[in-house]
Design a protein around this ligand. Sequence first.
Ligand SMILES: [Zn+2]
Length: 277
Amino acid sequence: MANAEIGVIGGSGFYSFLDDVTEIQVDTPYGAPSDSLFLGEIAGRRVAFLPRHGRGHHLPPHRINYRANLWALRSVGARQILGPCAVGGLRPEYGPGTLLVPDQLVDRTKSRGGTYFDGLPLPDGTVPNVVHVSLADPYCPTGRAAALKAARGQEWEAVDGGTLVVIEGPRFSTRAESLWHQAQGWSVVGMTGHPEAALARELELCYTSLTLVTDLDAGAESGEGVSHEEVLRVFAANVDRLRGVLFDAVAELPANEDRGCLCTGALGGLNPGFELP
Ligand SMILES: [Zn+2]
């Protein structure tokens, strides 16, 4: 059976060049994840890669089965998750190519299955209990430190902390929405960071977000606004560097059994009503 330690939710640019990659399909009580899991090894650590949007990038952010994704990663043994994603910068100083490791999250999504504790029975008949986890600090402090250290090692001065606001998408923000996000003091805007972080917490997984700014959001620049082509261009220009950071971060993460963070006890001993995968 598959035996991973660490999960990476990102595109094919993060695993397709590894020597030995094993593709496995995993089913979950919540349906199929975005794609197969791709198992490989980095710095002696066993890593499961999952293309968040599917390998053909066919899933828009609001159609991603986030619950299945996190469940699948945990079921193959991953306990620490790195979640790189493309974002828009909400401040002029966070221009394209900025790497920001957020420490806060604002959820402005609308239509996503955002919890495992929704009271609905699983296919095997078990019914989840009502459990409220703390998301006061949505990201793993150990994972964040590993990501920041890895970025420094790649001579990429990452922004340490900031707020990621997650919108429903797939459209970009209006100028008014963007100006409002900025006025709140938030840092970057994306479409996939939630409910990924919340679901990871519910499964007692460590989750770290690494956001790559591909453009200035509509309210932070004075031109035509965000274009899809520009986002893809900047992402492609930085994907090698980001991969280097991710791989070094994997090497920095502690062994799963040595984690000392609060993520590991997020359920506080409460019975979720189902067997954690
Ligand atoms: Zn943690």
